[in-house]
Design a protein around this ligand. Sequence first.
Ligand code: VG1
Ligand code: CO
Length: 542
Amino acid sequence: MTSMTVTAGPFAGQKPGTSGLRKKTAQFRAPHYLECFVQAIFEAIDAPGKVLVLGGDGRFFGREAAAVILRMAAANGVARVILGQGGLLSTPAASHLIRLNGADGGIILSASHNPGGETGDFGVKYNIANGGPAPEAVTAAIHAASETLTGYRISDAPAPDLDRLGETLLDGMVVQVVDPVLDYAELMERLFDFPAIARMIAGGFTLRFDAMCAVTGPYAVEILERRLGAAPGSVVNAVPLPDFGGMHPDPNPTWASDLYERMMSPEGPDFGAASDGDGDRNMVLGRGIYVTPSDSLAVLAAHAHLAPGYSGGIKGIARSMPTSTAADRVAEALGIEAHETPTGWKFFGTLLDAGRATICGEESFGTGSDHVREKDGLWAVLLWLNILAATGQGVDALLAAHWRRFGRVFYSRHDYEALPVAQAEAVMAELRGQLDSLPGRSAGGLRIVAADDFAYADPVDGSVTTGQGLRVLFEGGARFVLRLSGTGTEGATLRLYLEWPCNDPDQFETETRTMLAPVIAAAEALAGIARHTGRTEPDVIT
Ligand code: VG1
Ligand code: CO
């Protein structure tokens, strides 16, 4: 067999965002578009001789894309590709396979929490040898290569059967099709006390896991039902579908409303959780109680030592800047390092590699640890279950005890989606223009003590990242942050993050929206979201 070079490209705008390149599926299916971006990856990483992991979340176009990438990898001199059977791999499982096999990197085909299907979104993400998302230097090199290439290489041999386990040769390259679940399930079994969780479940503890017709279904069925003994059917929407069954696989109270409502009912199970398209996000609920992702991070960090994988204690906690400061309180109490990074898991990699953080998290339903280099939805669920089994407490009691010990940080994120880009930029520009003059002034009755455009100097490799979100800090620690999403594919999405720390136990049961009212008013006064966009309510509140 031979390979050929197809003259095509370059395409403008192949610039990875917060997490890979995300575009409308139709864009990715346009002639040569996927191929040119993949060629840019191969050029940036110097593909010849490399070992790569490949898989995705099962969304529409994933199988076709995997077949094309295999043929391109062969033509570009890649030595071996380890492929999840059927082209399936959750993001954390892909991260684990890269590490386990000592691979040079991996390509994940997913647009994560964005809806899939013919009219939905598709995405391609490159991960490096530590298993984590490519850092900025690598994504910049990929983007640069995408801007100058004049074609791509592809083998004219057909791709092998994606469903048949085992090794085949494609134009001299080894294709190794592996079970997507097995190695991951074994890793989880090493980290957590499966017998204790199984005993709790056998003792009558009930749970519901909503896989949202995305990639986590097979993982959750194997681990929660087969290995831990949860009743068959505890995992719902468990079969990955190309269009996610029409669902929007973003595990939050809005998009996982069926689970949310069941959990709020007195007849609901003891524990509920959901995951996103590629399995790296999680939402956790107890009966009658929703755990905010920022609180979940803090609770997991405070109790991680109860799980076998973390019995020696944790070394540090890292959170993205817009994530609430609840985790910082835990780090302080434990006497360990706390890190504040820009949004996106790629910024945790150096801290995890250097052993300066063990647990990381983002307010966007992402939590994870140094077991892989991605956030990991099922991992978070299992750590919760391990903690519940070890303490014998329910989610509500555990959260209440956590607040009593550390105080409660009221938190919410307001998303304004699909805004005209100019309107979103006007909001950002108005606030950015005032930042220097804000300290000492008041807004919404609150006194401002600091305001800036977040910049981050990585303490491990010294790299500096600027322009990561506008933040305004008030006396007493209340705060709001405003930034533009880097994962959307339509117009602009404005995210407003709101936070109000509280040490008064008498107020812990107050509605979040009531507690946040002053800081919401301050944000409106300073940034003028309603004035610039005409929107008086966010599209999604988490
Ligand atoms: C969002 C979240 C961010 C997360 C990213 C990828 O990015 O805010 O915290 O890391 O999605 O998550 P943005 O730029 O839209 O705010 V996933 O699960 O979609 O890969
Ligand atoms: Co995701």
